[in-house]
Design a protein around this ligand. Structure first.
Ligand SMILES: CC(C)(COP(=O)(O)OP(=O)(O)OC[C@H]1O[C@@H](n2cnc3c(N)ncnc32)[C@H](O)[C@@H]1OP(=O)(O)O)[C@@H](O)C(=O)NCCC(=O)NCCSC(=O)/C=C/CC(=O)O
Ligand SMILES: Cc1cc2nc3c(=O)[nH]c(=O)nc-3n(C[C@H](O)[C@H](O)[C@H](O)COP(=O)(O)OP(=O)(O)OC[C@H]3O[C@@H](n4cnc5c(N)ncnc54)[C@H](O)[C@@H]3O)c2cc1C
Length: 593
């Protein structure tokens, strides 16, 4: 008998679940949302009695649940979700309803055909008052027949840009009754008589999204490291063109342009992995704190997770595309694995909070800090934002002879983040003094607000990378990682050069210095490149790539892969003579006339 799957370990082993989430996303695993949104919701939003009932069954896969929040008409603006959950004190039930076409739940992963339960976000009404979006644990399908229950219309939303092995679905409720206790009651409650008990913090209902945003950071690291592995390995076997005439074709990895295309993605993958570990620890710690009644870290966690999610997904999408392009024609083949990895990674720019919206959420946090700075307040001890209160050096020092632990580079990033944060805050104040209301002023500063967030997140990523490499004791590993760190830092300096040159903080000479350090790092990384990616020890099956095979036998396996295509099952396709053959025969007949 096939080995029965063991119950999922639901301890907070978020590292593994992060990894699962993104490999599953690629395989279209029907348990994707179950593991990474439904279970965290139960862990963080179900009260003790509900956890006792739901958690073991969820861990044991006795049902499959998804996370049904987004509707056809709203994904970002949760305040305007239209699905309603109206409490009926007579029967002590909630009545779930989809009042409009735009209230149709739309997008939830595995909703279309796999899930028989869902965490449903609905506007909670009791005693005639709406208390905003709250999560409910709702059965959608019969556990034996898997048929939708009465009043429920559910199905798949059809083919998408990618991730087509995931049955993202739609869901409509027609006055479906669900017990009072199907409402997650750890934070907010509705008592049997219908009285509403508010939560200690009105965003605790959003904790599953925070978990995934934090998880996505390591997920993006995973995608960048996987695709850099494919690109480096393929570039180490692909020979094309000569550098020295007559000396024979070189490996394309020897071209500086190829190194400049791929190695920064490798470096960013490492940077994101290290910050991904940090944010996951912060998430786990904050959830523990909330369990002990301490919600003080909730705003920091929200701000950092939103900013990191937006920046890492954007750079991962760009980086995967660079790795694909670096592999030429074969990079465009499904055999490369790039279409699969790209479609999962690039979706993360949208799901779990559209990136612009996420950047602006972090900006809200930064504006509060800017206000405190302008009011002359002293910093609260918080390593993530303290630097904003400090006065850095008036001029860039990146080209000083000694830059221990890249202090001068980090101060450049801090300078830019501080300047952009305070400048956009001052503009916000000025626009309001000129008569605009806050919301209008906010909208008129939104692009600059996003820039301030990106500069802040860059500072965090860089500082975390420096600190984590500094902790490494094995000198042989440390020196290789320091080459990647050097590349990362100076590459980021050139990426934000406009901001550093804009106020004269950095000189053109220093910008040239940064470029020199990049080229130096590329040269140092080149001889170790294949060993670096081999050290990640990705299995061929998870790379999904003929180009990235560990054994490097690309060409023979590329032909094998092509020959296995269903199109090549027969030499002549069944419909050939009916269409193309007939067309050519008629054309030949006509030309004889
Ligand atoms: C855009 C959001 C965050 C706006 O939140 P909302 O309450 O609607 O309005 P405000 O902007 O006024 O926020 C008020 C206040 O609350 C703070 N806050 C917001 N969210 C959180 C949070 N999660 N934790 C802590 N604090 C939070 C915010 O900072 C404000 O504080 P102030 O002091 O500044 O007032 C919200 O609408 C939102 O999150 N939208 C995005 C929706 C989303 O992410 N959807 C994901 C659906 S699931 C999904 O995509 C799954 C994909 C999986 C897959 O298939 O891979
Ligand atoms: C592959 C995939 C899987 C998904 N899985 C799930 C799932 O399992 N469960 C689930 O509930 N949802 C899921 N979603 C839905 C996803 O969470 C939403 O699509 C996402 O939150 C964006 O919301 P939206 O689609 O309404 O975009 P919109 O918010 O309509 O975005 C459109 C544009 O408007 C801009 N915009 C919107 N509001 C603002 C603002 N306040 N300020 C500035 N600009 C703004 C956005 O930045 C964007 O450029 C999934 C989506 C995808 C693509």
């Amino acid at each position: 008998m096939e080995h029965a799957p063991k119950a999922i370990d639901v301890t907070n082993d978020v590292e593994m679940r992060t990894f699962n989430f993104f490999t599953m996303g690629i395989d279209g695993h029907p348990l994707g949302l179950h593991l990474d949104m439904a279970i965290p919701t139960i862990l963080n939003n179900a009260d003790e009695e509900q956890q006792k009932d739901w958690l073991p069954k969820a861990a044991n896969r006795e049902f499959i649940a998804t996370y049904a929040q987004t509707e056809m008409g709203h994904g970002t603006n949760l305040k305007k979700l239209e699905t309603t959950a109206t409490y009926d004190p007579k029967t002590q039930e909630f009545v779930l309803n989809s009042p409009t076409i735009t209230s149709t739940k739309w997008w939830p992963g595995n909703l279309g055909k796999s899930s028989n339960y869902a965490v449903v976000m609905a506007q909670l009404y009791t005693q005639g008052k709406c208390h905003g979006a709250h999560p409910f644990f709702v059965q959608l399908r019969d556990l034996n027949t898997h048929k939708p229950l009465k009043g429920i219309t559910v199905g798949d939303i059809g083919p998408k840009f990618g991730m087509n092995t995931v049955d993202n679905g739609f869901l409509q409720f027609d006055h479906v009754r669900t017990p009072r206790r199907s409402m997650f009651m750890k934070h907010a409650k509705v008592l049997p008589d219908g009285r509403y008990v508010p939560p200690v913090h009105d965003k605790l209902n959003y904790s599953a999204m925070v978990f995934i945003r934090a998880a996505i950071v390591s997920g993006m690291a995973y995608h960048l490291l996987v695709t850099s592995t494919i690109a480096v390995r393929y570039s180490a076997i692909r020979r094309q063109g000569e550098i020295t005439p007559g000396a024979g074709e070189v490996k394309v990895l020897d071209y500086q342009t190829q190194q400049h295309r791929i190695f920064p993605q490798l470096a960013r993958g490492l940077a994101f992995r290290l910050s991904g570990q940090y944010i996951m620890k912060l998430y786990t710690q904050t959830m523990d704190d909330i369990r002990n009644g301490d919600i003080s870290a909730v705003p920091d966690l929200h701000a950092l997770s939103c900013g990191l999610k937006a920046v890492t997904t954007h750079h991962a999408a760009l980086g995967l595309e660079q790795c694909r392009m670096a592999c030429g024609g074969h990079g465009y083949s499904q055999a490369s694995g790039f279409p699969l990895h790209y479609s999962v990674a690039v979706g993360a720019c949208t799901y779990e909070g559209e990136n612009m919206v996420m950047l602006l959420q972090t900006a809200r946090h930064l504006m509060k800090i800017a206000k405190a700075i302008r009011a002359g307040q002293s910093p609260k001890s918080n390593k993530i934002v303290d630097y904003l209160f400090h006065k850095g050096p008036p001029k860039c020092l990146i080209d000083q002879a000694y830059d221990t632990n890249y202090r001068n580079v980090l101060e450049s990033f801090e300078h830019l983040a501080r300047r952009q944060t305070l400048e956009v805050y001052d503009k916000l104040v000025q626009l309001q003094q000129q008569g605009r209301n806050y919301e209008q002023a906010w909208n008129d500063c939104a692009v600059e607000l996003c820039k301030a967030t990106r500069a802040h997140v860059r500072t965090f990523l860089a500082r975390t990378f420096v600190e984590e490499i500094d902790k490494i004791s094995d000198l042989s590993i440390k020196s290789v990682l320091q080459d990647l760190l050097q590349l990362y830092l100076y590459y980021e300096v050139t990426e934000c050069a406009t901001g550093l040159l804009e106020d004269g903080f950095m000189t053109g000479q220093q910008h040239k210095y940064a470029k020199k350090k990049i080229y130096e790092a590329l040269e140092k990384i080149r001889p170790n490149a294949v060993s670096i990616v081999d050290s990640f020890d990705f299995q061929d099956r998870e790379l999904h790539s003929v180009l990235g095979r560990r054994d490097g036998n690309v060409y023979e396996n590329l032909l094998k892969w092509a020959q296995s295509s269903p199109l090549n099952k027969t030499d002549v396709l069944p419909f050939h003579h009916k269409y193309l053959g007939k067309m050519m025969e008629e054309a030949r007949q006509r030309s004889k006339i």
